[in-house]
Design a binder for this molecule. Structure first.
Ligand SMILES: NC(=O)c1ccc[n+]([C@@H]2O[C@H](COP(=O)([O-])OP(=O)(O)OC[C@H]3O[C@@H](n4cnc5c(N)ncnc54)[C@H](OP(=O)(O)O)[C@@H]3O)[C@@H](O)[C@H]2O)c1
Length: 400
């Protein structure tokens, strides 16, 4: 067995998901059977102060010699970084990713990739021009659970998929929780709303089951019909969005396939956190695959065939294990002791791509990220959801 290659990460932003990602990144990859790569963090940057970056490095358990920067501009100049993980609000992804690419850095950028498809295209072009790796951090695509579901589909166990329904939502009272309108979930200046933040997962499930599983040469973009309800307090940032999609397919492959992707910040698939109903249902003529909530981090699937076969599977997230005293989680949610959050699989893929000289993610290339942004553009157009010009622009640099 060859020695694992260590990939040196820089972390751009110090908020909630940056913490979760970084903690996962530092878990020994062997705990999940990965032996080709290892990860280390060599630097982190905060846009507000160097001390915030310093605290971040300490809180996440980064190596003592990791550098703390008080600006993103300093971070991208660090010659010891192989790849930068961007974890700012999606309003800022375009400007931040362009900063990294211009400086010659490979990039893993949080979802939603950008505010619109024009920005996503401009980033893809810049990465190509600079011969750099660029990937949208849709972590769910890289879970073993997702690989299993896609394999089930392509193996034909349920026949050609006829319909997919996918839901992702939070049961919050936005007036109560985000009353001042500043939180990134409802703030138009931060590209807030259900669609870009949560609906991206409903669309991820629709695309990874109905689009990604089709042959690359013949698959076609879907037709889209959408209903958008904007959040009344901020007059933009959708609170509930429903999307109907039709994926063209040849008659031999089953003909057109339908999907309904739903998302909301006011209602959820299973109120009370019971997780007792599937958030994703993938239906074919021979049966159905069910994926249980939350859609972004599922751990349970059920295959139900018309002949009565039921195969239920649990997909634990490995980590240092019980007795390790190590915890991860997101926001107020804490995982069980020693249980990883599941963000390391996308990091492993990004690192492996660097090793192999690939410039895009294996389970969602840039063309697919751009196509999903195009679908979200169309949804926003149909629903009259417009963000401020400064975050929609492709002009770089733009002060935000
Ligand atoms: N994959 C997932 O499961 C997941 C989960 C949650 C969020 N996300 C995505 O990750 C991104 C960040 O989400 P988050 O929940 O981590 O947000 P957050 O807690 O608000 O953190 C965002 C960070 O971005 C930096 N930032 C720079 N300019 C900012 C501005 N004008 N306003 C606010 N923050 C600014 C701040 O760090 P410094 O200034 O210190 O650098 C801030 O702490 C979003 O795109 C979101 O969709 C992904």
């Amino acid at each position: 067995m060859s020695t694992p290659k260590t990939i040196r990460w820089g972390i751009l932003a110090t908020g909630g998901i940056a913490k979760t990602f970084t903690k996962d990144l530092l878990v020994d990859p062997q705990t999940r059977g990965v032996t080709n790569v290892k990860h280390t963090v060599v630097a982190a940057a905060s846009s507000s102060s160097q001390s915030r970056a310093q605290d971040f490095l300490k809180d996440t358990g980064c190596p003592a010699d990791a550098k703390a920067y008080g600006s993103y501009e300093e971070l991208v100049k660090d010659p010891n970084i192989d790849i930068i993980y961007i974890a700012t609000p999606h309003s800022h992804h375009y400007q931040n990713a362009m900063l990294c690419l211009e400086a010659g850095k490979n990039v893993l950028c949080e979802k939603a990739f950008t505010v619109n498809a024009a920005q996503a295209k401009a980033l893809a072009e810049k990465a190509k021009e600079k011969d750099l790796f660029l990937m949208e951090a849709v972590w769910t695509r890289y879970f073993p659970l997702s690989i299993y579901v896609r394999d089930l589909i392509t193996s034909g166990r349920i026949g050609p998929v006829v319909r997919v329904t996918a839901d992702n939502g939070f049961a919050t009272d936005p007036e109560e929780a985000f009353g001042d309108g500043k939180h990134r979930l409802v703030n138009p200046d931060l590209a807030g709303g259900a669609l870009l933040d949560l609906g991206i997962y409903s669309l991820t499930w629709v695309f990874q089951t109905l689009y990604h599983t089709q042959p690359e040469k013949t698959r076609q973009p879907p037709k889209v019909l959408a209903a958008v309800k904007n959040y009344s307090q901020t007059k933009a940032a959708d609170e509930t969005t429903t999307i109907m999609l039709v994926f063209p397919r040849s008659p031999e492959d089953g003909g057109d396939a339908h999907a309904v992707a739903t998302t909301s910040i006011r209602v959820t698939t299973t109120p009370g956190g019971t997780h007792d109903a599937p958030s994703i249902r993938i239906s074919g003529p021979k049966g159905e695959i069910q994926v249980f909530p939350p859609a972004f981090r599922p751990t349970r699937t059920k295959l139900i065939l018309n002949d009565g076969t039921v195969e239920e599977k649990h997909w634990p997230h490995p980590g240092p294990g019980k007795g390790s005293g190590w915890y991860n989680g997101f926001g107020n949610g804490k995982n069980a002791e020693g249980e990883g959050h599941g963000m390391f699989w996308e990091a492993d893929e990004a690192a492996t791509a660097l090793l192999e000289g690939r410039k895009e993610g294996k389970y969602e290339g840039l063309a697919e990220s751009i196509l999903i942004m195009e679908v979200m553009d169309e949804v926003r157009k149909q629903g009259g959801l417009v963000y401020p010009e400064k975050i929609e622009t492709t002009k770089y640099p733009t002060e935000l």
